[in-house]
Design a protein around this ligand. Structure first.
Ligand code: PLP
Length: 394
């Protein structure tokens, strides 16, 4: 009989969002007149900006005209878009060559696919609490996982340690779920650690557009990163592309191990395993990087940031400790009154109709914490903030 990948048996049930959905469904069945305030989702709520919509329309028109029609696109991305993205890095004083940029259909797809570059025996270090896909993708591949717990004492930004060595190092900054962002100094420690040990950092920069303080947006701002890092980026949260799908990955030509060059390997991988991202979507993505497009997406980001301020003010008012919010679309706070994270979930649902995300779902060390997303509607966010103040005022 065919042998299947039995590593799937080692996956924990992805109960986090399932549990949330079950609990909210049951609550609404019992309380059909109640309206929920949804601060749990990591999906955006604002539509694509007009500059992108116009480019998408034009690209659809192109597909109806023989002379402007596009069939298969180059597997690693439209050269024009690759150049636009490289130029965007250059504007931020990060020199990247256009063929170091790979256009993808999103960061999730890429975070899973990129593991093709590594041997099954390569171990993976995951800083927790973490985006659940890092752990699950490596369990599916049968890899050893080194779980590194972070906490409020290190601001959820741990530094590397010789007794926690691994081949693949996941760093997500700004972080989902904690919203914490690595400083140059701390990130440099990880870069030096990776270079010393021959490890490779997978740097997830999906939320870089939310950084407003003087903190690194790209790992390639740091000396030495080109010999130890791959950066995975996405327009999902930057420009509302969660349902439109486009991301990009930077693999420097200087990145090699054991005589093998990862950029060349990825070209080989993409040309074998994909036929590129849709022409229409790549045209829409190019519009994100125009002057007008940038201004429009910034306006949307500032709406989410205003939501963050409203929630942070409420937490400040009742003296609840939190991180994130300022440079990230997530606020990560300590459950008040010593509650567990699922206990707080039930409490907020029942007493304030607020739906958030229990920290325990992002790794064991997330227990005792809770995540609010700032991607919800302004109306829901305001109501939630008011209810938090009245629930937890001393
Ligand atoms: N990386 C992180 C940290 C995320 O939180 C998400 C989505 O929530 C992704 C990657 C996936 O992004 P995409 O929509 O580009 O697949």
């Amino acid at each position: 009989m065919i042998k299947l990948n039995t590593n799937y048996n080692n996956l924990k049930d992805s109960y986090l969002f399932y549990n949330i959905a079950q609990k909210t469904k049951a609550y609404l069945q019992e309380n059909p007149d109640k309206k929920l305030l949804r601060l749990g989702i990591g999906d955006v709520s604002l539509p694509l900006c007009t500059e992108v919509i116009q480019a998408l329309h034009e690209a659809v028109e192109d597909q109806s005209v023989k002379e402007r029609f596009h069939g298969y696109m180059p597997e690693c991305g439209d050269p024009t878009l690759r150049e636009i993205i490289a130029n965007d890095y250059a504007k931020r004083q990060v020199p990247i060559e256009k063929d170091e940029v790979f256009v993808s259909s999103g960061a999730s797809d890429e975070l899973g696919d990129i593991l093709d570059l590594f041997d099954k025996s390569a171990s993976a270090l995951v800083i927790e609490p973490a985006y659940p896909a890092y752990v699950d993708a490596n369990i599916m591949a049968g890899r050893k996982i080194v779980h590194v717990a972070s906490n409020d004492e290190n601001g959820f930004l741990p530094v590397p340690s010789e007794d926690q060595l691994a081949d693949i190092l996941y760093i997500c900054s700004p972080n989902n779920p904690t919203g914490a962002v690595f400083s140059r100094e701390k990130l440099q420690q990880w870069v030096d650690f990776a270079n010393q040990n021959g490890s490779i950092i997978l740097f997830d920069a999906a939320y870089e557009a939310f950084i407003e303080e003087d903190l690194p947006h790209s790992i390639f701002e740091l000396p030495g990163a080109k010999t130890c890092a791959i950066e995975i980026c996405s327009l999902s949260k930057t420009a509302g592309f969660t349902g439109t799908r486009l991301g990009y990955t930077v693999i420097p030509k200087a990145l090699h191990r054991g005589g093998m060059h990862l950029n060349e390997m990825w070209v080989r991988n993409r040309t074998t395993k994909t036929n590129g991202v849709s022409y229409i979507i790549q045209r829409g993505a190019a519009a994100v990087f125009t002057k007008e497009g940038k201004a429009q997406i910034q306006k949307n980001i500032s709406i989410y940031k205003e939501n963050a301020k409203i929630l942070m003010q409420a937490l400040d008012a009742v003296g609840i400790w939190y991180t994130g919010g300022k440079n990230a679309p997530y606020i990560w706070f300590k459950c008040p009154q010593g509650m567990g994270s699922w206990e707080l979930f039930d409490y907020l649902l029942t007493n304030a109709q607020i739906v958030g995300t229990p920290g325990e779902g992002f790794g064991a060390c997330g227990e005792g914490y809770f995540r609010f997303s700032t991607f919800g509607s302004r109306e829901d966010t305001k109501k939630a903030a008011e209810r938090i103040v009245s629930l937890f005022a001393k």
